[in-house]
Design a protein. Structure first.
Length: 166
């Protein structure tokens, strides 16, 4: 049950909890303002945490990042499969080294654009167990926003080329 207290009751409650000695009425106003600002600040933090991030704030993506997210769009893949897929998607223009791939994967995990999945009880075979990665909902929205951005650039370039050729 939520109790709504009037300002005087709230002040008395705060004074008793904080063991504040009797003070001048002007100081009481200052303390109420501080409490008000702290409360508003806490509400702002709660709102910021609860809001989902804007996909546009992640743009523009680097070319390797774009291809990694694009590689994961159909479903989960392990690191080596991502490397091979990126090479194919980029027509062998982007060749990711292992260190480049896993640095990018680490950053994408931190940004919550992708997630690491367990092996699902599959036999990893010889060597180290493989870690699979998949797009998160945020990652999919960021990839879609990047595609819209790139489409806009292509559209603008076509318009400019038509103007120049006319």
């Amino acid at each position: 049950m939520v109790a709504i207290l009037c300002k005087v009751e709230l002040w008395e409650r705060i004074k008793s909890l904080a063991r504040i000695p009797p003070i001048h009425p002007l100081t009481r106003v200052k303390i109420c303002r501080i409490i008000y600002h702290v409360t508003i600040y806490q509400l702002m933090i709660i709102r910021m945490v609860s809001m989902s991030p804007d996909p546009v704030s992640y743009l523009p993506l680097t070319e390797p990042t774009f291809y990694i997210l694009l590689s994961l769009a159909p479903g989960r893949k392990h690191g080596y499969a991502i490397m091979k897929d990126v090479r194919g998607l980029s027509r062998e223009r982007v060749n990711l080294s292992t260190s480049t791939l896993y640095t990018a994967v680490g950053r994408l995990l931190d940004q919550e654009l992708i997630e690491r999945l367990d092996d699902g009880g599959q036999d990893p075979g010889p060597g180290w167990p493989r870690k699979s990665y998949a797009l998160t909902d945020l990652g999919r929205r960021v990839l879609e926003a990047e595609m819209v951005r790139l489409q806009g650039m292509v559209k603008e370039a076509r318009l400019r080329l038509r103007e120049d050729g006319a």
